[in-house]
Ligand binder design. Structure first.
Ligand SMILES: C[S@@+](CC[C@H](N)C(=O)[O-])C[C@H]1O[C@@H](n2cnc3c(N)ncnc32)[C@H](O)[C@@H]1O
Length: 209
């Protein structure tokens, strides 16, 4: 969505206020198949501003969707692995940027295990149970970073859009726990303008010594 979403956005899931976020691959496949592009082609503004400062290396994009971050990273010189359990989302990323140096993987990040560690692990708008999030920190190489950006729990009451199930939303405590063993560089709310109003996200940037 860059600064603002294209047609839909990070806040798309609650239009009408009735739809709860899907948790299986079939649900996401159907959502991607129902539109030409669910998310914008540009990276999220927070992801862009945080990562633009980093020296390129190896990157893992978890819940990569249609690949907007994976492709953007690859074009900046990162060697990217993009994982998502939606084959439709991954196919769209691959087709949109066939020249991009991205290893596309269709798999479930709750069970997938990498064979290496990464200089960057990116988790953008992927909302899963706490114990899953905690696994990701182990996949960071020395000197590497975990970057998480997603809807804050406070968005339910004070913001707009995003999943409406509180169990799926980020809190500072949850992200602090996920970053155990890493040093936290940033843990803060981010206010994101959308056509419907301001959405409240949480950002975590944590580094392995
Ligand atoms: C809101 S979208 C965000 C996509 C992308 N990170 C972005 O910011 O454009 C969430 C994505 O997470 C994926 N996802 C959800 N649960 C997953 C899981 N357990 N394993 C792999 N992908 C998952 C969905 O298929 C969907 O593409």
């Amino acid at each position: 969505m860059g600064t603002l979403p294209l047609m839909t956005g990070e806040h798309e899931q609650v239009h009408g206020g009735t739809r709860q976020p899907g948790r299986d691959a079939t649900h996401w496949d159907e959502r991607y198949a129902a539109t030409d592009r669910l998310w914008s082609a540009e990276p999220n503004a927070t992801v862009e501003s945080v990562i633009a400062e980093l020296e390129p290396g190896t990157a893992l994009d978890l819940g990569a969707g249609e690949g907007r971050h994976a492709v953007w990273l690859a074009r900046r010189g990162w060697r990217v692995t993009a994982v998502d359990f939606s084959a439709t989302g991954i196919a769209r990323g691959r087709e949109a940027a066939p020249d991009a140096e991205v290893a596309w993987v269709v798999d479930d990040v709750r069970t997938w295990v990498p064979t290496t560690t990464y200089d960057l692990v990116l988790v953008a708008y992927l909302h899963l149970a706490d114990d899953v999030l905690k696994r990701f920190a182990d996949w960071i190489a020395p000197g590497g970073r975990l970057v998480v950006v997603g809807h804050a729990l406070r968005n339910l009451t004070d913001g707009v859009g995003g999943p409406q199930d509180p169990r799926l939303l980020h809190t500072e405590d949850q992200l602090r726990t996920a970053a155990e063993g890493l040093s936290i560089e940033r843990l803060e709310e981010v206010f994101r303008p959308t056509p419907e109003g301001t959405a409240i996200d949480l950002l975590l940037v944590a580094r392995r010594a």
